[in-house]
Design a protein around this ligand. Structure first.
Ligand code: ADP
Ligand code: MG
Length: 550
C-alpha cells in the first residue's frame, strides 16, 4: 500500500485540490496503518485529519500496565512525536505543562500506539502539491513511527517521566489520609515565566520552603521521602503584603489538581482532585440555583432558593459559583481576593451599623465559611491581604513574606474577635432538562469548537469560559463541550437524575472507556476535562433549563 499511496500522490500532482478526497481510507504500510479520516476542502480550511495505528512499538507492559503509567507514557511519546514532526506539515497536539489524557495519543493493549494528527495537505494555489504530500505522508510518517519505537526512545527519560507522574498521583492520593487539602513540596518553583507562559520562571525564582509547624513528610514510591507544607482541611487564610507571592501560591494550588511534566517546578504541588477556584463573574447567567445561604430578601422579591438571572451581579455570581461547586461535589474551595466581590466576602461593623437587617440581602462568606466546613466538610483556602476579618474564622494563617511562607496562626488568633456564624443549608440539587442541552442547533449542525480560550461554541450557543480558570489546556474546553454532548447522548442527564448523579455516571464511563468516549465522530483534538469544568460549562449555557430541584 505504501508504494501505491506514493504513486497516487505523485500522479495527483497539479490536479485540482478536491481530488485529495480520494485518499480517504486505510493505507497499510506493513508495520503500521495510515488512515486518512477527513480531507480539508481547500488549502485554507482547518487541517485534514489522519490516524496512525502501530500494533507493536515494543513498549513494555511495565510502561503501560496500569492507567497512570499508560497516561504518562502516552504523554511522553506524544511530546516526542511533536519534536520529531517539527518543520513538517503534520501536527500533533501534545499539551503544555500538564499531563492530561488527550485524544491525540493512546497506548494500545500490547504496547502499540494510536496517534491522531492534523495535516495541512499542501497545495500550489488550488492545485495539489503531490510531491510535498508524498514526502510528508510516505517519508515523514514512517520516520515518525521509527522514531517512536521503544528501541529509539531514551528509556531512562521515559521511565523518569512515568515515575514522576506516578509520584504526583501517589502524593495527591495521600492527602486525604493526612487530613490535608493540599501539599507544596520544599524546593518547588511556583512562579511562571510570564502571564502568558506557563513555564517556570527561569531566573530569580525563590524555591518554596515550608514553615516548620506545617511541615509534613510523605513517602513516595519512586522519589522516596519528600517534605513540604501541608495545608490542612478546614479554613486556611493566606495573608501578606502585595507582591509577596500570595496569588502565585494559590494559582499553583489551582493547577495542583493536575500532574506536571518533569522540570515544571510544580511536580510535587498537589491539591485534592475536587478543588474548585471560586471567583466573581459579573454578567453570567444563573439557572435556578439555590443561593439562599448567601442571598436572602432581594429587593425584587425573587426566591433565592430557586434563583435565576440572565445577568448576575458580582456578588450573586460568586454565590452561585460556590453553590454550584458544592452541588457538583467539590469539598475544596480556592478563593483569591483579587477576583472576588468584596461585598460577598466581608462586611465591617460600621457598614453593618449603617446598612442592616432587611436592607442587606447578602450573608458574607466570612459568616458561612465555618459552617461550610463543620457541617458539610467543605474546606477553603483563601487569599486575603486586605482585611483581618477572616482571622476570626481561620484554622490556620500563612503569611507570605518575600515569597516565603510563615505560620502566623498564633499571632492572628490574638487579633481575632468573636463572630456568630450564619447557617449553611446544603444547596438543593438540580435536575437538568436534557432537551435544553441541545448541542445540535439548527445553524450549528452539532458544532463543538472553541474560539481562542474565551468561548466554547456548542451548537448554536456561545458559552463564555473566560472565568472558568481551571481549564489547564485549551483542548479541555473542547473536551468539556463534547462531555456536555455525551451527558445527553449517553443518557446520563435523563430528566430524573440530579446533575451530580449524571456527572458521577459520566465519570465512571470515562474511567472505563477513556477520553475517546467523547469524540469517536469528532474531527479534532480534545483533552479530558474534570467534572467540575463540565459542570461549569453546563452552568454557563444560556439555553440551560432546570426541570426541578431535589
Ligand atoms: P500577591 O498576590 O501577593 O500580590 P503575586 O503572587 O501576584 O503577589 O506575585 C507578585 C510577583 O512576584 C509576580 O510577578 C510573581 O511572578 C512573582 N513571584 C511570586 N512568587 C515568586 C517566587 N517564589 N520567586 C520569585 N518571584 C515570585
Ligand atoms: Mg494577588
Amino acid at each position: 500500500d505504501d508504494a501505491r499511496l506514493s504513486q497516487e500522490l505523485l500522479r495527483m500532482d497539479g490536479e485540482s485540490y478536491g481530488r485529495y478526497k480520494s485518499l480517504r481510507g486505510d493505507w497499510d504500510f506493513g508495520d503500521f496503518t495510515l488512515t486518512v479520516e477527513r480531507v480539508q476542502a481547500d488549502p485554507f480550511a482547518p487541517p485534514s485529519r489522519v490516524r496512525i495505528t502501530v500494533a507493536d512499538l515494543g513498549v513494555p507492559e511495565s510502561a503501560w500496565g496500569d492507567p497512570v503509567r499508560r497516561r504518562a507514557t502516552a504523554d511522553h511519546l506524544c511530546r516526542r512525536a511533536r519534536r520529531l514532526l517539527r518543520g513538517s506539515l503534520l501536527r500533533i497536539d501534545a499539551g503544555g505543562q500538564e499531563v492530561i489524557e488527550r485524544s491525540s495519543c493512546r497506548i494500545t493493549e500490547g504496547g502499540g500506539i494510536e496517534l491522531r494528527l492534523g495535516v495541512d495537505l499542501p497545495g500550489r494555489g488550488r492545485r495539489i502539491d503531490g510531491r510535498t504530500a508524498e514526502r510528508e505522508l510516505c517519508e515523514t510518517v514512517p520516520r515518525l513511527v521509527d522514531g517512536l519505537d521503544w528501541d529509539a526512545v531514551d528509556r531512562k527519560e521515559a521511565v523518569a517521566f512515568a515515575d514522576g507522574v506516578a509520584d504526583t498521583v501517589a502524593l495527591r492520593a495521600a492527602l486525604e489520609d493526612l487530613g490535608l487539602v493540599a501539599f507544596v513540596a520544599d524546593g518547588a518553583i511556583l512562579p511562571r515565566r510570564s502571564g502568558v507562559s506557563d513555564e517556570p520562571l527561569a531566573e530569580g525564582a525563590v524555591p518554596f520552603s515550608s514553615p516548620e509547624s506545617l511541615r509534613v513528610s510523605v513517602d513516595l514510591p519512586h522519589r522516596g521521602t519528600v517534605t513540604g507544607m501541608g495545608i490542612p482541611e478546614g479554613i486556611t487564610l493566606v495573608v501578606g503584603g502585595g507582591f509577596h507571592g500570595k496569588s502565585t501560591l494559590l494559582h499553583a494550588l489551582e493547577r495542583g489538581v493536575y500532574d506536571h511534566v518533569p522540570g515544571d517546578g510544580r511536580e510535587l504541588v498537589v491539591t485534592r482532585a475536587d478543588a474548585v477556584k471560586i471567583r466573581a463573574e459579573e454578567g453570567r447567567r444563573v439557572e435556578r440555583v439555590d443561593v439562599s445561604p448567601f442571598v436572602r430578601n432581594l429587593p425584587t422579591g425573587a426566591d433565592t432558593a430557586d434563583f435565576r438571572t440572565e445577568n448576575a451581579s458580582g456578588s450573586t455570581s460568586q454565590a452561585a459559583n460556590i453553590c454550584e461547586a458544592v452541588e457538583a461535589g467539590s469539598r475544596t474551595l480556592l478563593v483569591d481576593e483579587d477576583s472576588t466581590a468584596t461585598n460577598l466576602m466581608i462586611r465591617d461593623e460600621r457598614m453593618q451599623a449603617l446598612v442592616h437587617g432587611e436592607r442587606e440581602p447578602l450573608v458574607p462568606f466570612v459568616d458561612l465559611v465555618r459552617p461550610l466546613y463543620r457541617e458539610h466538610g467543605v474546606s477553603t483556602v483563601l487569599v486575603m491581604g486586605g482585611s483581618g476579618d477572616y482571622f476570626d474564622v481561620a484554622d490556620h494563617v500563612v503569611m507570605m513574606d518575600s515569597y516565603r511562607p510563615y505560620d502566623v496562626t498564633g499571632r492572628a488568633r490574638t487579633l481575632a474577635r468573636e463572630r456568630t456564624d450564619a447557617a449553611f443549608s446544603p444547596p438543593r440539587a438540580r435536575i437538568v432538562d436534557p432537551a435544553s442541552v441541545d448541542g445540535t442547533g439548527n445553524r450549528g449542525r452539532g458544532r463543538v469548537k472553541r474560539r481562542d480560550t474565551d468561548v466554547l461554541v456548542f451548537g448554536d450557543s456561545d458559552i463564555d469560559v473566560r472565568s472558568v480558570e481551571q481549564f489547564a489546556d485549551p483542548g479541555q474546553i473542547v473536551g468539556a463541550g463534547l462531555a456536555l454532548r455525551e451527558l445527553v447522548r449517553g443518557g446520563h442527564l435523563d430528566g430524573s437524575r440530579t446533575l451530580a448523579e449524571a456527572l458521577d455516571r459520566l465519570d465512571r464511563a470515562l474511567a472505563e472507556k477513556g477520553v475517546l468516549l467523547l469524540g469517536t465522530d469528532f474531527a479534532g483534538d480534545y483533552v479530558l476535562p474534570r467534572r467540575h469544568e463540565v459542570a461549569a460549562v453546563l452552568n454557563r449555557l444560556r439555553t440551560l433549563a432546570v426541570a426541578g430541584q431535589r
